[in-house]
Design a binder for this molecule. Structure first.
Ligand SMILES: [Zn+2]
Length: 365
């Protein structure tokens, strides 16, 4: 049974919808013995709060999709946080009725307050058990949070397996298709403002339907990852066979300073998607998008590693074959193809870490 304070909290959430601001201001409301918190909205939607910043909804008439929208995995990437916050407010106050089960995750709550990317370390490098590695601060906020988020994702994606709502057809296994869009904004500018990283699929084929959907969201550039990583989207892709993407929606701005018109396509299209409405997506054609695959992973081996281009070079800037990209004692790194582009360059990483990724155009057959 819930206490009267908890009942008050639930009716406050249903009347005002301020789940994110309560999670940031008073995370203790959603932890300890009060976890998880479950209640039903007046339109029959079941609300399940697994912890601060982690809220799932099951509409009365749910479709065949299980969708995760995560944001704020980096605390200062405000635009996706504002977009998801608005969805959650509208769902809690019954302005928006979902068509599928949806889990919203607001990742790094303390970093949001500090307006920083993270508190102790990069949360988006700690998934798939990386939070248990000896090289990370296991007592830091992000390691604990990565663990908590992995559990929330697993519970959400596995929920329909044990869901008695399907008892009318008990022979059915989990027949939901799973999706996870991890929404970010980038630190550096990008020649292609909105792009998505498609996690490594271990030989499985890429979903053209998903690329078409993301194109309808305004994302026209895709980077096909070529190896296992410890990102959040790779975790959902690998562990739960979800259609999962790290989606970069533009450049980092402080809270309240985003030009939300730049996010209109993604906000509207994603809203239609979670509400189970039809989406006007063009059938897939390679010519409508830029698709890249990884060519070189350049790691830093010496302290004197330097980039041979300006620090604020936009992501996806291209080079001619043979152009010098970076050097360090004992090595020079050059473009191997005309049109080879650099993404996420960073000379200030630790020795042994990735300093530059280079990509070359490819197409899907
Ligand atoms: Zn980010």
């Amino acid at each position: 049974m819930y206490t009267s304070e908890t009942h008050q909290l639930m009716s406050k959430l249903a009347s005002e919808g301020q789940f994110l601001s309560l999670s940031r201001r008073s995370p203790e409301l959603f932890t300890s013995e009060k976890k998880p918190l479950e209640f039903t909205l007046s339109n029959g939607t079941l609300v399940h709060i697994a912890g601060p910043g982690i809220i799932a909804f099951t509409p009365e008439n749910k479709g065949d999709k299980a969708i995760i929208l995560s944001c704020g995995i980096h605390g200062n990437e405000t635009a996706p946080i504002e977009i998801c916050d608005q969805y959650v407010v509208d769902i809690l106050t019954c302005k928006l009725v979902l068509g599928h089960r949806v889990l919203f995750i607001f990742g790094n709550l303390p970093a949001m307050d500090k307006a920083t990317r993270f508190v102790d370390e990069n949360l988006n490098r700690l998934f798939s058990q990386a939070h248990n590695s000896a090289s990370v601060n296991q007592n830091g906020y992000e390691c604990k949070r990565a663990k908590e988020l992995e559990v929330a994702v697993a519970q959400f994606f596995n929920a329909s397996l044990s869901n008695k709502a399907q008892s009318s057809n008990t022979s059915r296994q989990n027949d939901e298709t799973r999706y996870h869009y991890d929404l970010h904004t980038a630190i550096r500018p990008s020649k292609n403002e909105k792009f998505a990283v498609y996690p490594y699929l271990h030989g499985e084929s890429h979903s053209k339907e998903q690329l078409s959907f993301l194109l309808a969201c305004g994302v026209d550039t895709f980077l096909l990852s070529g190896s296992s990583t410890t990102t959040f989207s790779y975790y959902s892709s690998r562990q739960f066979n979800a259609h999962a993407f790290t989606v970069e929606l533009g450049k980092v701005q402080p809270f309240g300073q985003n030009d939300m018109s730049r996010f209109a396509a993604v906000t509207e299209t994603m809203k239609r998607f979670i509400c189970g409405q039809t989406i006007e997506a063009k059938p897939f054609e390679n010519k409508d998008m830029l698709i890249y695959k990884v060519n070189q992973v350049i790691n830093k081996h010496a302290d004197d590693f330097v980039l041979e281009f300006s620090d604020d070079l936009p992501n996806f800037s291209t080079f001619e074959k043979g152009a010098l990209l970076a050097r360090e004692t004992g090595a020079e790194y050059r473009a191997q193809y005309d049109g080879e582009a650099v993404v996420f360059p960073n000379a200030n990483v630790a020795i042994g870490q990735r300093a530059i990724l280079t990509v070359i155009p490819t197409t899907l057959v």
